[in-house]
Design a protein around this ligand. Structure first.
Ligand code: OSB
Ligand code: MG
Length: 386
């Protein structure tokens, strides 16, 4: 995989001419309720980058409030407009970002817009910049199902998703909504690839509960303990047969190495926005590939812009488990992009786009509408972005 390693850093490009931020709010087809909550209206920032006579797009997946991560749509607007963008406009690379710490979601938004534009300038697909051979043409995917009002409601949603062709089901859990629900689902679907995501809702005192889950043949349990913990996950994993997958805790490739080498988990969820960009994502992928660690691409309810980038990453050869990338219809109707992604029901995959650049186009009317929706919400309840 050293051929991948050598191509992590792009050679210099044309100078970056201009970057425009578009904060948007998009109604979700279905709210994804997790242990930390859920929103009916999803914010995002679309980053429009002009370079060499072409335009490329990136997406920032920060939420309204610091729930999943400390970043919010407000902090991302601040960091992008006051620090990150001034450091790279006029430049031929993104090295100006190296002097800043943190804010991975804001960083990924800018980095992905840049890579999309570089690909556009060169007339290649963005995935071709990843330096990997043997990229897949179809990505294995699953669907993430939020906390429902009852077990019957959960079974109804699963039935619908199963009928659509999804063959890996992830269920969000929280204390009081876990083992009983999971048992009921397993009873109805004895063979499906089933997993649970706790989004950090438990403590080590809950180890006996997770040991009970061992009897359910789950594919993995995602992020059971603290969002910034690795040590205690290392105490829990040896007590379980079911692999632990780390999401929130993994901020970079070094965290992944620490977690794997200390036995804190056996699977990594790679979200490019959580690790601060594509270069860090490719490093993490290369580490997992070489070490034989199972890896999949996580989701943050992306619009078509972010979804296309997720699919490019999910095509990498080291992505060995189904990713949290569902069809457009599960998230937005309509999406902000003209293109939609559909599920290949025969094998629970989504075809990886292979057009020039990011392979999607932003619909100007829908963008204007989503920006207006953001402004309306921002005024009524959220932070003071100017
Ligand atoms: O923990 O994986 C998570 C969405 C928002 C925040 C955190 C998570 C999620 C998902 C969504 O599970 C998966 C998807 O985008 O389909
Ligand atoms: Mg998760």
């Amino acid at each position: 995989m050293s051929n991948i390693e050598s191509s992590f850093n792009l050679p210099d490009s044309d100078p970056i001419e201009r970057i425009v931020l578009h904060p948007i709010a998009m109604p979700l087809v279905e709210t994804l309720t997790t242990s930390f909550g859920g929103d009916a209206l999803r914010p995002a920032i679309l980053v429009e980058l002009h370079m060499g006579g072409v335009v490329g797009w990136g997406e920032c997946v920060a939420g309204w409030s610091p729930g999943y991560s400390y970043e919010t749509i407000g902090t991302a607007m601040h960091i992008l407009s006051d620090f990150f963008i001034p450091a790279v406009v006029g430049k031929t690379n993104l090295k100006g970002l190296a002097k800043f710490r943190g804010h991975p979601m804001a960083r990924m938004a800018l980095e992905s817009a840049y890579w999309a534009t570089v690909a556009q300038c060169r007339g290649v697909n963005v995935g071709d910049l990843f330096g990997a051979t043997n990229r897949k043409t179809r990505a294995d995917v699953g669907v993430s199902i939020g906390i429902q009002s009852s077990i019957d409601a959960t079974l109804a949603v699963i039935q619908k998703r199963f009928a659509e062709g999804y063959r890996r089901i992830k269920l969000k859990i929280k204390p009081g909504w876990d083992i009983q629900m999971l048992r009921a689902v397993r009873q109805s679907y004895p063979d499906i690839r089933l997993m649970a995501d706790a989004n950090s809702a438990y403590t080590l005192d809950d180890a006996p509960l997770f040991r009970q889950m061992d009897e359910l043949n789950l594919l993995m349990i995602e992020q059971p303990l603290g969002h910034d913990d690795i040590y205690q996950h290392g105490k829990l994993q040896p007590q379980l047969h079911t692999p632990i997958c780390l999401d929130e805790s993994i901020r970079n490739v070094d965290d992944a190495r620490l977690a794997i080498e200390t036995g804190a988990g056996r699977i990594i969820n790679l979200k490019p926005a959580r690790v601060g960009g594509l270069i860090e994502s490719l490093k993490l992928h290369a580490y997992c590939f070489e070490a034989g660690i199972s890896l999949w691409i996580g989701g943050m309810l992306e619009t078509g812009v972010g979804r296309s980038m997720q699919l490019a990453l999910a095509s990498l050869p080291g992505v060995t488990l189904p990713s949290d990338i569902s069809a457009t219809s599960r998230y937005y109707d309509p999406d902000i992009t003209n293109e939609v992604f559909t599920l290949n029901a025969e094998d629970s995959t989504i075809t990886v786009p292979n057009g020039i650049g990011l392979s999607v186009t932003v619909n100007p009317e829908r963008l204007a509408k989503a920006e207006a929706a953001f402004n309306a919400v921002k005024k009524s309840q959220f932070m003071g972005i100017q």
